[in-house]
Design a protein around this ligand. Sequence first.
Ligand code: ADP
Ligand code: MG
Length: 272
Amino acid sequence: MPHDSDNSSLPPTAASVLEVKDLHTQFDTRAGVLPVVNGVGFRLEKGKVLGLVGESGSGKSVTGFSIMGLLDAPGRIVSGQVLFNGQDLAQLDARALRNIRGNRIAMIFQDPMATLNPVLRIDVQMLETIHAHRKMGKAEALEHCRQTLARMGIPSPHERLKAYPHQLSGGMRQRVAIAIALLNGPELIIADEPTTALDVTIQAQILSEMQQLVRETGTALIWISHDLSVVAGLADDIAVMYAGRIVEHGSVDAVLDTPQHPYTQGLIGSLP
Ligand code: ADP
Ligand code: MG
């Protein structure tokens, strides 16, 4: 093979796990076109946590769905790019996308039942998730499930595996949903307010488990929250969304200490 001396065949952004470029997403409603994401762009490196903050309706979830390719009609990406390890996700065929989604990129939702199937035992769901993406003997796969549950701070993982979702508490269900997202060792996790509905103690425990996970595995993490104080303890960088735009983006310290945008200044002013 000819040697490519100037590396020009390498994507220029290969170092970033994720690069979102000038993303525009809109909804076609009866009342007309509703622009929801209006030029969002950011990069995320391996092992880094980006806190995506903003008030309800500012377009955080739609940004997450757009990255994940989970946007359904009437929503659509109008322009912009989502590069995963330098690869434009829009250019991939369905098979390649399936291999990335739920495997190399995982999403966690506010409601754990968006991930969990109410009529299947946890072990069945976890094994399905593993076997959808790779071959692994049952004993080894079950051991991997137990370890992943334990990593999310779940006591007696062996017993939990035999449970149905309704037999677990809300916090436990969310931990299981997160464990399912972790099973195939994703390079990127998009977490859309997964602790918002949980009480503060459990929220703090899950945040610290996620922090440890990022440190140990180098997974990149986008943590979406309407609550700046929740994100501040976990994230390296914070992006503040307002009306479909990122109005502020920087390190946690920079955003908290010297916020540039009036909306961020208001947010910080209202922190306890
Ligand atoms: P956030 O997660 O920041 O609370 P979302 O990203 O869920 O906000 O939604 C942003 C805006 O997008 C909403 O205020 C709404 O106007 C619009 N939107 C979201 N989903 C739909 C939909 N299915 N149909 C029409 N508009 C939608
Ligand atoms: Mg949301």
